[in-house]
Design a protein around this ligand. Sequence first.
Ligand code: GUN
Length: 284
Amino acid sequence: MLKLDGLMVSNKLRESLSENIEKWSQASGRRPGLTVILVGNDPASEVYVSHKHKACQKVGIQSEVIKLAHDTQMEQLKQTIETLNLDKQVDGILVQLPLPSHLNEREALETINPKKDPDALTIENIGLFFGGEGRVKSCTPNGVMEILKYYDIPLSGKKAVVIGRSKIVGLPMFNLLQQANCTVTLCHSRTADLKEHTLEADIVVVAAGKPEFLGKDDFKKGAVIIDVGIHRKQVDGKNKLVGDVRYDELEGWASAATPVPKGVGPMTITMLLKNTFDLARDQG
Ligand code: GUN
C-alpha cells in the first residue's frame, strides 16, 4: 500500500511557495499578510491558530493573531473585521471556527471582504467556488486534491464517496471531485447503508468526525482512502492521534491511504498559505 505522505507533499509545496513569496515581496515591496481572529480560549483552536501563525512566518507571510475574550459581542467582532477590511497590509482575514455559541457565525463571516477570505467561507466565495470560478478553493479539500495530484491518482471516471457534509470539508470536497470528473456520492450521518456505498468506491474521503470509524471491511480492495479525521486518544497513558479510519488494517488491502497524523492535516495550512498569497497578488 502506498502511504500518501501529506507532510512531505506539504513541505515541498511550502518550499516553492516560500520562494515565490520572496520574489513577489522583493518586487512589490511588501509581504502578504494574514490576520487570524480567535474568540475565546478553546484549546484545540488555540493549537490550530498557533500552527497557522508559525507556518506563515516560515514562508514569509506577515501574520497577526487577534485574541478576543470569550464574551466579546457581535458588534465588537464586526468592528474588528471591518478595520481589517480597510487595512492594506492585510490580504487575508480568518475568523477561527467554531465561535462561542452567543455569536452568529454567518454574520461574522459575511463581514469579511470576500477578496480577503482565504477560507472561501463567505457566501460570495462559496458561490464562485461551486460555479467553478472561485478566486480561492476551500483549504482542506484543495489539500486533498493536491495530494491526489502529487501521487498521480487517476480521477476521471472514477467512483468517489465523500463521507461528511460540512461546509468546510464534505461539501467542497464533493465539488472538487466532481470538477475532476469523478462520479461522486455524498454520504452523511443519515445515510441508510453507508457500507453499500463505500464498498463500490475507487476513492473514499472520510470526514465523518468519528474516531477509527471505518476499517478494511468497509472498502473495496485496491481503493484509495483519504482520512480527514483527527482525534486524540489515550493509549497506555499516552496521547495518540488517530483518524476516522483504522489505518493499520489497510496494509495489503487499500492501494493507497493517508496516515493520521502527517496526512491531510498539514495540507490544510499549506493551502491557507497559498490562498493568502494568491489574494495578496490579486490585490497587488
Ligand atoms: N476551524 C477548524 N478548521 C478551520 C478552518 O479551516 N477555518 C476556520 N476559519 N476555522 C476552522
